[in-house]
Design a protein. Sequence first.
Length: 354
Amino acid sequence: MKHSTLADKFPELAKQWDFDKNEGLSPQTIAPYSEKLVWWRCALGHTWQASVADLSRGRGCPYCFGYRPIPGVSDLQTLYPEIAAEWHPERNGSLLPSQVARRSNKIVWWRCEKGHEWQARVNNRVGYGTGCPFCFGRLVISGKTDLAARYPEIADEWNYERNQGLLPSELPAQSNKLIWWKCSEGHEWQATSNNRVHGKGCPYCSGRRAISGVNDLVTLFPEIAAEWNPDRNGDLLPSQVKPFSHKLVWWKCKEGHEWKTIVYNRTRGRSCPYCMGSRVIPGVNDLATQYPELAVQWYQERNGDLHPEKAGCYSSKKVWWQCDQGHIWQAEIGNRVRTGSRCPFCMGLEKRKV
């Protein structure tokens, strides 16, 4: 059924129709998405003008939702006196904090107790708790809150060539803008001034980044670097990573096996998982191929979809076995391979349950 009127399609919305102010119009005669500007009255008695389409698309009472103020009830002065205290008394014309709502997106002037002046939206100050950008170091007071003034030792490492004309005297001390730096050793890197202020210095001097020929993977672990996969790591080279990096990269052993793991895993002793038997190459290093005498004891009925042709010889997975006497037991695959353990019932280590 096609709803041709507001009353038909949105009966609850039609209850907010202000019959006193909408002379000659009714929700029974107007289309549900009409752009006509009409009067509304909410359950609390607030009246306002808006198009029928606006309310049909979900907009409610601007007073109840905090977009328009009710003086003494929902205005900025009443609800947030501490923010209203920073209302600029001279630069907002005749507009007062008692005349704006908490969710207003109007941009107005503010002045903090230290005399700093700035512009911000009312709803940003209320919703995000933003204060004076000068006091918080987000905007610069030249000679006072800029990086050069507050942290001259950090400003000394400013990379003038790569910062495209930006000066340390123009940047807030704790900005999140990405800046180029150059230490006394000539190392260049990018970081925010906020990170620098909180103690992060040159990543090369501190050992957080690789210096080719000094502390990179090729220099310190050439045998591991030799297994760097030359085709699958993009432009990244082993001379560009540190030996204990947690970066995930591709490797290729002398047998041609390819796998991914972090650099740190390699330098602490982990090698090719296929050669070591922790990953399976069917027909090459699986249990059925390497240890057929164990594979014949594989109890498929209880091992589900796992087959000995897909199981690694040194896997720590506990599976079911059945000897030629019909005894059934569980044991780790790797444990049977390493220790040569046999049926615990035949060996008299366990009593068979009746």
